[in-house]
Ligand binder design. Sequence first.
Ligand code: HEC
Length: 292
Amino acid sequence: QNKNLLQLAINKPYESVGKDAAGLLFHLGGSQLIWNVINGKDTSLQNNLLGALASVGSKESVDMLQTIALSKKYGLSLRKQAAHKIGNSGNGEDRVLAILKNKKVPAELIPDVVASVSGAWLGSVRTEAASYLPDNGKSTTGKPAPAMPQLLALNANGAEGEKIFSANCNVCHQINNIGYDFGPKLSEIGSKLPKEGLLEAIVHPSAGIGFGYEGWVLKMKDGTALSGILASKTETDIDIKFPGGAHRQLKTSDVVSLTQMKQSMMSEGLYNNMSTQDLANLLEYLERLKKK
Ligand code: HEC
């Protein structure tokens, strides 16, 4: 079924089924099929496949994104796209910090590699990555968010906002079944929050954490730690989910401690990567998502 898995990954890169298909391909010895597409000429197939690879988060998939990004054999635009995706998973975040530290990333790709960890919930990961930017990241981190009147003064375009959403948000939120299941679904968010509330949710995610979407840190008996949202918990079993929609089933007896995080699992500072116009477009798109 490897050929079918490849098709699924290419056709549904931003849905969990596409990501799962790509992940399975690695397990089933199908990575050569992925390479064939990457080494081929069809850029739209390449783009889709990179989209599916982004949140697989296995060592093999992160290796592949790194190889594509760092190999001079590929065109700059493909390399930049791969670079933009290396840090999209827990494994990928560690890799981003490692290759930045080892000076493996050429200057022209550093901003893309740094941007790839913009969804990391740990502020320290984003800050450390940003410190490798040419200006130490000063121009992009910690800038104040635009105020509502400034945003309302712009001519906002919802269709453009949808693209901003796909690039920055759908790794954790689904709208009409597109995107990954981690945070709350936003298909009807426009009926719940006006633009002001949406802006607040983006700029200060930790100010009001949605019930059932709190983040937890789990210390495990083997010394490792995990953080994510608890999808379910019983006396014996825990199902924890991660950005990108991945789940892990754990035995409660393997967990030493469970601590609720004070911060939201939604990253602070997502607006830092957006222009004021992008943000206005994003709010316009979200506000129009009403109950049918
Ligand atoms: C790393 C995962 C992650 C990313 C990336 C992310 N979010 Fe969230 N978001 C969450 C989680 C988890 C919650 C629920 C906890 C909370 O309320 O803080 C949430 C809550 C929200 C809410 C409040 C929903 C409600 O019903 O009240 C909105 C609105 C929202 N996010 C919009 C966005 C937008 C827009 C983006 C992209 C700019 C984005 N999120 C990116 C994880 C994420």
